[in-house]
Design a protein around this ligand. Structure first.
Ligand code: SAH
Length: 360
């Protein structure tokens, strides 16, 4: 049994033919009333996945300190657009803003812009960030121009990807079609070779590959703004540093691995972020753009003093809180938890000194 959204996608394919995996993913996550982010309380302990800012306040505090320092490195522009892509429950931004209250002039200079498609999550963000009068946008390109500070945690992994399979003749795109029963969604290769082949590496028959077009376009937009008006972006996600073949798309429902095509709208679907192609797209956007990283989340947070921050919190904590602080620290930095798989990338402009956190 599939979902209402699954039936609708099947009807669309029956009428108009197979769709790309990227189109499927966009519908499954972003459908206005039935998509995963519109309906589910997806995030947090009760949802399908727990993100770094939901694990510990220290994550948002450190990102806030990093952004405030970048603002100073830019010469304290006012106004500055402080943008978060996909703020979820608003936790990262709330922690970042609380941690930077004492930075002279920072809060007075900033204008808060949240890029969020889910009304459920916008309502949640409004509740925790009301004091900063946020403005919401459907897309990053709708945020007004000007000096930029941007944070995105676990945002790029939710952007739709296309998938490809290397046949004996070359790369073909994997589509979503219908099984012979006319109702069940299934994967099928498009006949012939894909025009995306020129973006894909040489690979043996049977190899898989992914391309996230919207991620690359967004990285290019960030690069263009940084080049034109100055600014810095902090991007954290799970992913890989070097481009190459391989598929990573995965589905999770109720904390368990699930099938990608089953129960769209109730299932979280995400792909590993290809940091090399994001960095390349940002760099190509203008001569002033520089990128730093990707670095392991563990190295970034430790260089920014997360261990010392944990000690400071513990010095004022109750016995139960001591355990929560230590457990949160371990989840964020332990190499077998989020420490190594999660990577952080900074995009900024060459008119500023290099940022903290990215060099050995
Ligand atoms: N950054 C948060 C939430 C991560 S989940 C955290 O770390 O906890 C992904 C977030 O991006 C959600 O808020 C989701 O609604 C939003 N989102 C997903 N795809 C989007 C899109 N194409 N445009 C805007 N927001 C999107």
């Amino acid at each position: 049994m599939t979902t209402e959204l699954g039936h609708r996608i099947a009807r669309r394919i029956a009428l108009a033919g197979p769709i790309s995996l990227a189109d499927f993913m966009a519908e499954a996550l972003g459908h206005p009333t039935l998509g995963y982010y519109r309906t589910a309380e997806a995030l947090g302990a009760a949802g399908d996945f727990v993100t770094a800012p939901e694990i510990s306040q220290m994550f948002g505090e450190i990102v806030g300190a990093w952004l405030a320092e970048r603002w100073q490195a830019m010469g304290c522009p006012a106004p500055v657009r402080l943008v978060e892509l996909g703020p979820g429950r608003g936790t990262l931004m709330a922690d970042a803003l609380r941690a930077t209250r004492g930075v002279p002039g920072f809060h007075a200079a900033l204008e808060l812009h949240l890029v969020e498609t889910s009304q459920t999550l916008r309502d949640r963000q409004a509740a925790v960030l009301a004091a900063h009068a946020p403005l919401w946008h459907e897309r990053f390109d709708d945020v007004p121009g000007g000096p930029l500070l941007l944070a995105a945690n676990e945002f790029f992994d939710a952007l739709p990807v296309r998938q490809f399979h290397c046949t004996s003749g070359g790369w073909a795109e994997r589509m979503v079609g219908l099984a012979p029963d006319g109702a069940t969604l299934c994967f099928a290769l498009a006949p012939g070779l894909t025009p995306f082949a020129r973006f894909l590496p040489d690979a043996p028959e049977g190899a898989e590959a992914e391309i996230c077009e919207s991620g690359r376009a967004l990285a290019a937009s960030i690069g263009e703004r940084v080049d034109r008006h100055g600014g810095w972006a902090f991007i954290a996600d799970y992913g890989r540093d070097v481009a190459g073949p391989g598929s990573s798309l995965q589905a999770v429902r109720g904390h368990r691995e699930a099938s990608i095509l089953e129960r769209p709208g109730e299932t979280d679907i995400s792909a590993h972020v290809d940091f090399a192609s994001l960095a390349a797209a940002a760099l190509a956007a203008g001569p002033h753009v520089r990128v730093f990283g990707p670095a392991a989340q563990r190295d970034f947070l430790m260089r920014l003093g997360i261990v010392q921050r944990a000690e400071a919190l513990k010095s004022r904590a109750s016995v139960e809180q001591l355990h929560t602080i230590d457990a949160g620290l371990a989840r964020l930095i332990a190499p077998d938890q989020m420490g190594s798989l999660f990577r952080v990338l900074a995009v900024g402009d060459d008119r500023c000194a290099a940022p903290a956190g990215f060099f050995e």
